[in-house]
Design a protein around this ligand. Structure first.
Ligand code: NAI
Ligand code: MG
Length: 486
């Protein structure tokens, strides 16, 4: 690469994805017992488009009574038919959901980007297809549970209360609902308050797929709604993805009960580049790991460790690549980085930018990118010369912010990479298979990617160590939290 051809930003004509085909109601009620139902609370709130700050729809805010109705309907559906249904029959319903998600993928992708702010490229090419794939994959297991757990009798648990965050709204719903249904449980799911729309579209899909009423209930609301779900006595299983703070609260509140729990919490992944790595490929992996999806990824490669002798080259190539990143309208097909999900999250990220600067770190942001006037946007940012003790290194920022540290030996980098409260994922870039195996066996991280980053597949399990939570989602492992084995 010469100086002339790096850092070149192409001027693209705008290429916005059409939105007229996406059917969004002005108001949404709670999906309970197969029907959209007015909330007892009589309360609702506005959900907005974070790229424009415009209101998209009114969303019901469920109270304890609404939660009770949803859980009761899930329990009735479980006792009356779902637990009696054969695996092959359950599979038919789950396959049907997968196929309808595929059929409506264009509409779902647009709504995901409108409501969540992520670039349409991400929602169209990753979120929605991967959500459909999870339903396909777990539909396949529904009639094969005896092979998943040989020599055991597999029992479903009952009602699963599932609470999900805003970074992958439909995909997280699929991760949670598909294995629960495949194993014979019924569900009450709550999407995050800022991104309820694709979960509510999923409720419509579930209605169209003729699932027996009450097998899946989707209710909306804030933390109090989630807490009421967790504490409901008829719930047998709680699955949560979100912040470590709320994860700890949930763990405390169900202590002493027989409720099963899986927690998928924060992360602060190390992305480690050795001097024998394919550098251009690694730079692309670093960018993919932290900047795409606005860094709203629990497994984002937010701490870069570069071997000292190649640090200069990697950092200069990274800066050049950042000059070409397009930040802006999530619905534009050229956009690399869309909107930050909420004002609250943008404030949090901006606060960390201040903290990093006050900690004396060198900050780098592309000067080739201007942010839209309205909406919540953040420039991709590097903090160069970071140290283990920096807050920006230790704490989860959940935005497009990358800290850069250098290392000399493999022992040093393993020590530094592990010296963090989290342990969800990591990445390693090297030409040597032996280094990869050495590192993967010593990293305290649930997933370690080698010479790639952020690759997902329904067949591979995902989950963390330490404060990143426990339990696995995806793959054969993802069935276990939803069954009792005798
Ligand atoms: P959060 O943990 O408060 O929200 C996640 C979900 O939990 C939402 O559906 C929310 O309504 C629900 N919830 C909130 N309080 C609850 C309670 N007491 N009981 C039951 N459910 C409750 O996360 P938030 O506030 O949206 O984001 C804060 C930070 O958490 C982010 O800045 C980020 O660092 C981290 N985060 C991590 C995620 C991950 O995938 N691991 C996803 C989202 C956020
Ligand atoms: Mg919160």
């Amino acid at each position: 690469m010469t100086k002339e051809n790096i850092g070149l930003k192409w001027e693209y004509a705008p290429s916005p994805e059409a939105t007229d085909h996406a059917k969004i109601n002005k108001q949404y009620e709670l999906f309970i017992n197969g029907k959209f139902t007015k909330p007892n609370s009589k309360k609702c709130y506005n959900t907005i488009n974070p790229a424009t700050e415009e209101v998209i729809a009114k969303i019901a805010d469920a109270n304890e009574k609404d939660v009770d109705l949803a859980v009761t309907s899930a329990k009735t559906a479980y006792d009356k038919y779902w637990k009696k249904l054969s695996g092959a029959e359950r599979a038919k319903y789950i396959f049907r959901i997968a196929r309808v998600i595929q059929e409506r993928s264009r509409e779902l992708a647009v709504i995901e980007s409108l409501n969540g702010g992520k670039a349409i490229r991400e929602s169209r090419d990753f979120d929605i297809p991967t959500a459909a794939n999870h339903f396909f994959y777990y539909a396949g297991w529904a009639d094969k549970l005896e092979y998943a757990f040989p020599n055991k009798k597999v029992q479903s648990l009952g009602v699963a209360a599932q609470i999900i965050p805003w970074n992958f709204p439909l995909l997280m719903a699929a991760w949670k609902i598909a294995p629960a249904l495949a194993t014979g449980n019924t569900v009450v799911l709550k999407p995050a308050e800022s991104t309820p729309l694709t979960a509510l579209k999923l409720a419509e899909i579930i209605q169209d797929c003729d699932l027996p009423p009450g097998v899946v209930n989707i209710i909306t609301g804030f933390g109090a709604t989630g807490a009421a779900m967790v504490n409901h006595p008829m719930v047998s299983k709680v699955a949560f993805t979100g912040s470590t703070d709320v994860g700890k609260l949930i763990q405390k509140s169900i202590a002493g009960t027989t409720k099963k729990l899986t927690l998928e919490l924060g992360g602060k992944a190390a992305n480690i580049v050795f001097d024998d790595a394919p550098i251009n490929q690694a730079v692309e992996g670093i960018v993919n790991g932290i900047f795409f999806n606005q860094g709203h990824v629990c497994c984002a490669g937010s701490r870069l460790f570069v071997q000292e002798n190649i640090a200069e080259e990697v950092i200069s190539k990274l800066k050049a690549r950042m000059q070409t990143l397009l930040v802006g309208n999530p619905l534009d097909k050229n956009t690399d980085i869309g909107a930050i999900n909420s004002k609250e999250q943008l404030d949090k990220i901006n606060n960390y930018l201040k903290i990093g600067v006050n900690e004396g770190l060198e900050i780098y942001q592309s000067d080739n990118c201007s942010l839209p006037k309205k909406g919540f946007f953040c420039k991709p940012t590097l903090f160069i010369g970071a140290a283990q003790s920096n807050r920006v290194v230790q704490e989860e920022i959940f935005g497009p912010v990358l800290t850069i540290q250098t290392f000399r030996t493999i022992e040093e980098v393993i020590e530094k990479a592990n010296n963090i409260p989290y342990g969800l994922s990591a990445g390693v870039w090297t030409d040597k298979g032996s280094k990869i195996f050495n590192l993967t066996s010593k990293m305290r991280a649930g997933v370690v990617w080698a010479n790639t980053y952020n690759k997902f597949d329904p067949t591979s399990p995902f989950g963390g160590y330490k404060e990143s939570g426990f339990g696995r989602e995806g793959g054969l492992h993802g069935l276990a939290p939803y069954v009792n084995l005798i």
